[in-house]
Write a protein that binds this ligand. Structure first.
Ligand code: FMN
Length: 243
């Protein structure tokens, strides 16, 4: 969501070079950029880049909601109205929300394989353990993956799990915001099981499966487990003494 008028269409590197030109010599960077733009050609897909001015007042206005209440109203749902199909627009909106998740260096490595047809849901869930008793009631299932080809150093080897986990959480909250129920479906799978799922869904080798998410329309009335949370002082340590 753009809070202000976006910058004129330019790309991130152009904006970077322009910014640094004010600080000093950018001839080397400019030459590299020119080479890049020459290779990309005039029709390359330029997205807005650079920076934009925002204000605290506008951010607070747009973000105003009772977020704790929103979170407390979320439950892992395992009782669905299996007769109702999930509108594709709701899925798109949830994905749009998830795309707003932060990602390391804005690499946006997450991918979602979405299934909403009963036969395909059943075929995907045949490779999953943990949906017994409700898998057949789901209105859809996402397979959330991360494309590892965006990282190249050893230190980044676990970044996909972080970015993927954050994306998956926002996706589940996006479904929640659309009035749908959702339940994370673990992918604690052994290699053979992982291969079967990859083959079934057509997931390339450069992607890892982060989690599945089952979702669908909730029934008018239903039950959820009481999943009490730990006392906050078991989670939060404020100002521990430093050594
Ligand atoms: C990574 C992950 C995997 C999960 N996998 C499953 C699963 O396979 N089946 C299931 O019924 N619930 C699964 N859950 C849901 C948890 O059981 C649930 O989040 C937890 O009990 C807390 O309940 P709540 O989500 O209703 O607050 C999973 C949750 C997470 C975060």
């Amino acid at each position: 969501m753009t809070l202000n008028t976006p910058m004129p269409l330019t790309d991130v590197l152009s904006a970077y070079v322009a910014f640094n030109a004010e600080q000093g010599d950018v001839s080397e960077a400019q030459a590299l950029l020119d080479d890049l733009l020459a290779v990309a050609g005039p029709g390359h897909n330029i997205r807005p880049g650079g920076s934009e001015a925002v204000s605290t007042a506008e951010i607070v206005r747009q973000a105003r909601m009772d977020f704790v209440s929103f979170m407390e109203a979320r439950h892992s749902v395992r009782q669905y109205d299996s007769n109702r199909t999930v509108a594709f627009e709701k899925i798109e909106r949830a994905i749009r929300a998830a795309q707003q998740s932060p990602s390391s260096c804005n690499r946006q490595t997450c991918r979602v394989y979405a299934f909403t047809e009963k036969p395909s849901i059943a075929r995907v869930l045949a490779h999953h353990d943990g949906n017994r008793g409700f898998g057949e009631l789901l209105g859809g299932v996402f397979v959330v993956t991360v494309d590892l080809s965006h990282w190249n150093t050893v230190g980044e080897r676990n970044q996909g799990w972080v970015d993927g986990g954050m994306f998956a959480m926002t996706l589940a909250l996006g479904l929640h915001a659309e009035g749908l129920g959702a339940c994370m479906l673990n992918w604690s799978a052994a290699r053979e099981q992982d291969i079967k799922m990859r083959t079934c869904v057509g997931i390339p080798d450069n992607e890892i499966i982060i989690t599945l998410i089952g979702f669908g329309h909730m029934r008018d009335e239903f039950r959820v487990p009481v999943s009490a949370r730990k006392p906050i002082d078991m989670v939060l340590t404020h100002e521990p003494s430093l050594r």
